[in-house]
Design a protein around this ligand. Structure first.
Ligand SMILES: *[C@@H]1O[C@H](CO)[C@@H](O)[C@H](O)[C@H]1NC(C)=O
Ligand SMILES: *[C@@H]1O[C@H](CO)[C@@H](O)[C@H](O)[C@H]1NC(C)=O
Length: 310
């Protein structure tokens, strides 16, 4: 009897060990100058601080890969310059059909989709760090390969894609914290991309509003933020629309605000209480010009969306 219990205990223990092995899959990592053809590999910074180019070549898993999704579990590089250009550090993707923008700064939690031609060459992910970059910079980017017939495939051309009924979309390098005087702005210059939101059956519209967690900077695009009366910051009164938004703007096709004003270009240092659109597909575009020097203290945007169901 005692030995039977012992045997049962032993079997149970083995089962627990096996369950543990299954529930914690090994994370494959790769770093500078490597070539990798596995799914879900994490591109990570080398253990010692690195200057210059660090490139991972991603080979297609098979000949039916149409997209690669990059999840920035961590991506912390130097801030853009005063004018918004990524000079000290930059993350870039080359070799795909689509050309994702060059980004830098704080991008942990963000993601990107890249269109690829599986008959073409490998995709290259590169982190360039200048010799003057702080040593704390690091990255951990999950690389998922998406088959052409996968239901996880994003609509063609969407740099970002959200599939939940509510969520938060932030511009690259968005942070509520103030940029340093030398950095000037958190906005990255030269962006032009679309953020798509999946429209499930029974859904007829999408509502956008400013994310207020952490303060009033959730929508600061085109003003010298420091010259503004602090009480105005973030409010609809500090928001600009239409033809007043020529340099940097968020574009919401078919946008109608809570006061029934119709507009699709939004900029300034505030956002309406809400902007609703029923124009499908649901896409929010973000455009920044080549020079952010006049937009001191701007952070970019952090907007919540909520789908309207019938
Ligand atoms: C790669 O992994 C993801 C899960 O992260 C999965 O959805 C996808 O189908 C896989 N890709 C291929 C080509 O098997
Ligand atoms: C702002 O965004 C964060 C992150 O997605 C979310 O957890 C939070 O609830 C949002 N805040 C508001 C006020 O909606």
């Amino acid at each position: 009897m005692a030995s039977l219990l012992k045997l049962l205990g032993h079997l149970l223990m083995m089962q627990i060990i096996n369950a543990e092995a299954i529930s914690s899959p090994i994370v494959l990592t790769a770093s500078c100058s490597e070539t990798n053809g596995d799914n879900n590999t994490h591109f990570v910074n080398p253990p010692s601080p690195h200057n210059g180019l660090c490139t991972l070549a991603v080979n297609h898993l098979d000949d039916n890969i149409c997209q690669v999704r990059l999840d920035f579990i961590e991506l912390e590089l130097s801030e853009p310059e005063m004018d918004g250009q990524c000079v000290k550090d930059v993350f870039l993707v080359t070799g795909g059909i689509s050309s994702p923008p060059l980004i830098c700064g704080y991008n942990s939690g963000q993601h990107m989709y890249v269109e690829v031609d599986s008959a073409g060459g490998s995709l290259h992910l590169t982190v360039y760090r200048s010799a003057t970059s702080p040593e704390t910079n690091n990255w951990n980017i999950k690389v998922s390969q998406i088959s052409c017939n996968s239901r996880y495939r994003a609509p063609y051309g969407c740099l970002q894609y959200y599939t939940t009924t509510e969520g938060t979309v932030r511009s690259f390098n968005f942070k509520q914290d103030s940029p340093t005087a030398a950095d000037g702005t958190r906005e990255v210059a030269g962006l032009d991309y679309g953020v798509c939101v999946h429209k499930p059956g029974g859904c007829y519209g999408i509502i956008w509003s400013r994310n207020t967690t952490g303060g009033d900077y959730g929508f600061t695009l085109t003003t010298d933020v420091y010259s503004l009366i602090p009480e105005l910051l973030g409010t609809p009164a500090a928001s600009a629309t239409g033809a007043d938004c020529m340099t940097d703007y968020v574009l919401i096709p078919g946008g109608v605000d809570d006061l029934q004003a119709q507009n699709d270009h939004y900029c300034g240092a505030g956002f309406p209480e809400s902007v609703t659109s029923t124009v499908a597909p649901f896409v929010l575009y973000y455009h920044t010009d080549a020079d952010e020097a006049l937009d001191s203290g701007s952070r970019g945007f952090s907007l919540n969306y909520q789908l309207i169901m019938q």
